[in-house]
Design a protein around this ligand. Sequence first.
Ligand code: IMP
Ligand code: MG
Length: 187
Amino acid sequence: MKTVDELKLVISKEDINNRVSEIGEQITREYQDRQLAVIGILKGAFIFMADLVRKIDLPLEVDFIRLQSYGSGTESAGQVRITKDVELPLKDKHVVIVEDIVDTGYTLKYLKQVLSLHQTASVKICCLIDKKERRKVDVDVDYVGFEVEKGFLVGYGLDYDEQYRQLPGIYHLNPRYEAKGFFPSER
Ligand code: IMP
Ligand code: MG
């Protein structure tokens, strides 16, 4: 475990707070008079989700889904499975999926397909961080908090091997290795 001093701050808690407020206001404008269901992807999105829904000034329902694509490493295997399904009925509802990071895109592509089976009125995606450069499959992300080019990030819900989720800002785990183009798992 590294201490916070050994991590490199990438996005401060103030910047996160401002951006989450902006996204909440945008969703509030765009979902007037619609039945809104906000679905968070566990576990990474739990803090973002908690902050975001408090910035949406509309009636809404909340649920969570848990998907697994990573194990405890840092590279997506490209295979996704549901380990905890949604419980709310979603038929005719306007769904906003809340995700921490879109990386390869495998997770969200799979989830969009699965949720369309629920006969939703619409499905949009809101992610805190978009790692566009690493995309392997095409997915439309409707609301993006921040674009980050590369590097493995921790904090504000994001983990490395289940650690660091509680940090209030977002940090690069290992800037020294990432500068050479390596990820922690490749050391
Ligand atoms: P993908 O888009 O299917 O490759 O996977 C996205 C998921 O991988 C996210 O929901 C995160 O849980 C995890 N992930 C991707 N990049 C990072 C990172 O930098 N830090 C922590 N988790 C990450
Ligand atoms: Mg995740």
